[in-house]
Design a binder for this molecule. Structure first.
Ligand SMILES: Nc1nc2c(ncn2[C@@H]2O[C@H](COP(=O)(O)OP(=O)(O)O)[C@@H](OP(=O)(O)OP(=O)(O)O)[C@H]2O)c(=O)[nH]1
Ligand SMILES: [Mn+2]
Length: 179
């Protein structure tokens, strides 16, 4: 088996273990790991991305934010580039939510191209997930606000992947969000 396949299996196994007790916010309580796997799959299948470090970072992108995983642990296991990309897409959960959301808009244009790719695929997955079903406790207004905010973040990520940006733009258009 080629070494990229071995590396991806090692990475998806690590992410699955880390997210094993986490569920999505939908009524069916979908396993959380479906999200990072789906984000990596969007990058490869829809974005044509073959950069192994980007695909690994996509699989790991929520481990530091949402589990006990540390950046040092990622660096030791997957190397400095993967660890850096994950760090770039990790929100500071000690900040109030509104400030975290504001910082994503502010930081997006300063991210590396690799981190921008992960962020584009993350938003595309989450917006499609909102179209699939509404998270438990969310109102229609909150869903619409998420689309408006995501569009602001995506503005700072443009010029990175026309394939992913076109798919995002179609979702914003369907919601009447001004591009
Ligand atoms: N659409 C949707 N999202 C769900 C669901 N379950 C969990 N999530 C996660 O919820 C986050 C969006 O919800 P918010 O209320 O805006 O953010 P918060 O969880 O950080 O407070 C996303 O985090 P994230 O991936 O870190 O991305 P980001 O939105 O913070 O950039 C998304 O992955 C679900 O069933 N549907
Ligand atoms: Mn995510």
């Amino acid at each position: 088996m080629n070494s990229d396949a071995v590396l991806l299996l090692e990475t998806v196994h690590f992410a699955a273990e880390k997210h094993r007790n986490q569920r999505r916010k939908d009524a069916e309580q979908t396993p959380y790991i479906n999200h990072p796997v789906g984000v990596a799959r969007i990058l490869s299948h829809e974005g044509g991305i073959t950069d192994i470090e980007v695909l690994q970072a996509a699989l790991l992108h929520d481990t530091v934010e949402d589990t006990d995983t540390t950046p040092a642990e990622l660096e030791a296991k997957f190397g400095p580039i993967v660890a850096r990309i994950v760090q770039e897409v990790t929100d500071d959960k000690s900040l109030p939510k509104q400030e975290r959301k504001r910082q994503q808009v502010e930081h997006a244009p300063h991210c590396s191209r690799q981190a921008k790719l992960v962020k584009l695929a993350d938003k595309l997955y989450n917006l499609r997930d909102l179209n699939r079903c509404t998270p438990v406790g969310w109102t229609a207004e909150r869903v619409q606000e998420y689309f408006v905010w995501a569009c602001e973040v995506v503005k700072g990520l443009r010029g990175t992947s026309s394939a992913l940006e076109e798919k995002l733009d179609e979702l914003f258009r369907q919601r009447g969000v001004q591009l």
